[in-house]
Design a protein around this ligand. Sequence first.
Ligand code: SAM
Length: 245
Amino acid sequence: MAEYKKVTPYDSTQESKKKQVTSMFNKIAPFYDFLNRLLTLRIDVLWRKKAIKLLRKNSPKNILDIATGTADMSIMAAKILSPDSIIGMDISSEMLRVGQAKVDKKSLSDIISLEIGDSENLKYSDGQFDTIMAAFGVRNFENLEAGLSEMNRVLSTGGTCLILEFSKPSVFPLKQLFNIYFKYILPVIGKLTSKDPKAYEYLYESVQVFPDYDNFTSILKKTGFKDTSYKSLSFGICTIYLAKK
Ligand SMILES: C[S@@+](CC[C@H](N)C(=O)[O-])C[C@H]1O[C@@H](n2cnc3c(N)ncnc32)[C@H](O)[C@@H]1O
């Protein structure tokens, strides 16, 4: 398994990655949804929909949405999958505040509860959920293996884990175009709009060092998952990983 380098949003501080990531998301929370839609030209909505639809055949009942942020995955899963309950958890109180307003506005609070917490130390019991999902969250963990092991612990035997994460396209000219966009254009738009100069530089850097494709499924296996598979979207800019416990 390839070793991967850890990058943090604000390299100049001595704070842990977890603290830096929490402050960064607290800061960009009011702009997060707007920027997601703008910077991906709304393709992120299609990625999420495609991923959630893969869960339909399992008829999930109890879902945990790890690193739910502003609850986009929870809201879409409530609509597409009609489960009994979804817990969306996140370490950033400001992301959850934005998410809660969306859940309330869509009258989904009977199904979706948003809770503050740390994915690397989950407060839930062993096997509590039949489905766990995480979109664009695991790349931000301080300790990836600790977070994935915790996700495995709270998943029931036979349950499904779905992870959506950025990956690096490898084909010409997508690889080159993606690099130019992510490295030079996206940070400038992010800087002007989110008022956090570092957040969208961190996005590029964290995607560069994050293990993708087979490197990521090796880590899933190491942390207790089996039957791992992946499906690349948009020429490999984003990948859906599926695994069973
Ligand atoms: C890029 S956002 C993704 C949010 C959402 N899942 C989405 O699809 O838009 C990453 C989220 O991961 C959360 N996060 C990072 N580390 C975490 C941790 N250790 N525990 C819980 N949430 C974490 C951040 O607070 C942030 O809301």
